[in-house]
Design a protein around this ligand. Sequence first.
Ligand code: ZN
Length: 389
Amino acid sequence: MVSNRKIVFIRFSLLAGVIGILSISSFAGIGFIHSLLATSIGTNGHYDKVVILNFDDGRLSQYTNAIPILDKYGFKATFYVVCNYIGKKDGYMDWNEIETLHKEGHDIGSHSMNHVRLEKLSKKDVEYEVGQSKRCLQKHGINATSFAYPFNGGSDDKTVVDIVAKYYEFARTANAALTYLRCDSPKVQPTQPDCRTYTDSNDLTYANRYTVRAWSQDATRIEDSASDNVMEDKFIRIVNSQIKYNNAGTIKAIPIIIYHRVGDSEDSYNTDIKLFNAQMKYLHDNGYKVLTMADLAYDDKSNYLYLNDLKSETEQPFKYVTTPTIAPTTNATTNVTTPTIAPTTNATTNVTTPTIAPTTNATTNVTTPTIAPTGNPILDALKKLFGLK
Ligand SMILES: [Zn+2]
């Protein structure tokens, strides 16, 4: 005969076991939700928040201070280097460091031979600064596909732009929070219809593949005499300003952020390590896809810019995640030995495969999954055991 005490004990053990199983199931469910969330923004071009990071001039503190933080978050960036500074000037990276960045998957772009104002040079000298810097990087196994204008000068000069266009697919300047991939900045009127470099009357357009605009965090800090707290807020506002233009799979606006020194003792054009880390952490924690300039591409038919890995996505309906139902599974009944519990139906019949259906509402991709479905055999058994309805 089994004492009452023992029955109580069995019932408590059973209760603990069932709670344990439910907890494990819920925990597994949360993991599943996380993987769904990650899927919706992180792979196959389904992300809707992107940012491109640029580091100008090839400063050593980028290598010593910024890279460990980028590595921590798995971010890659574009480094615009000045050929005649490399390994020759104090406070700048050497070839070993540049080649290491390249091998580690960072994008290396050209920032000219000597960092001088191109719009003030003769055609021959522009040719040297622009073309020779491409060859200089090639000698070190680097095919630079983009160029950054020193002092952001020259993108409004036809001679300069035409020479840049001979060697590079893109060129970057500054003075805008967002780059619009269709070059239709609402702030510039009349708005451009596309990204052609020249207008019909042979004038340079405001935005084109050789005038890709970016925002300099360090320059803004100095111009606005802003504290790090103010800069952190500003950074968040700038990276979020893209949200109204982008849906998952359709990116129309990208913030490109320029850094110079990171954690350097000098104050000018420098971002404190703590601020830099906070900015990168923000991008990481908020699901931003961090890209480089090498991820940009140009469509000759539409004359729009686009992101390389989104090309195929535009040709098919996007798949979004909608309301997955997650049921506790894992043969829960095998853990229950007391015969007073009626055998339940095979637990696998309670598993509903989350349906992934196309939806037109691109901004709300993931609806909170329902974790506790009705008709749970364990809950039913538990209720029955304790005489609950
Ligand atoms: Zn520069």
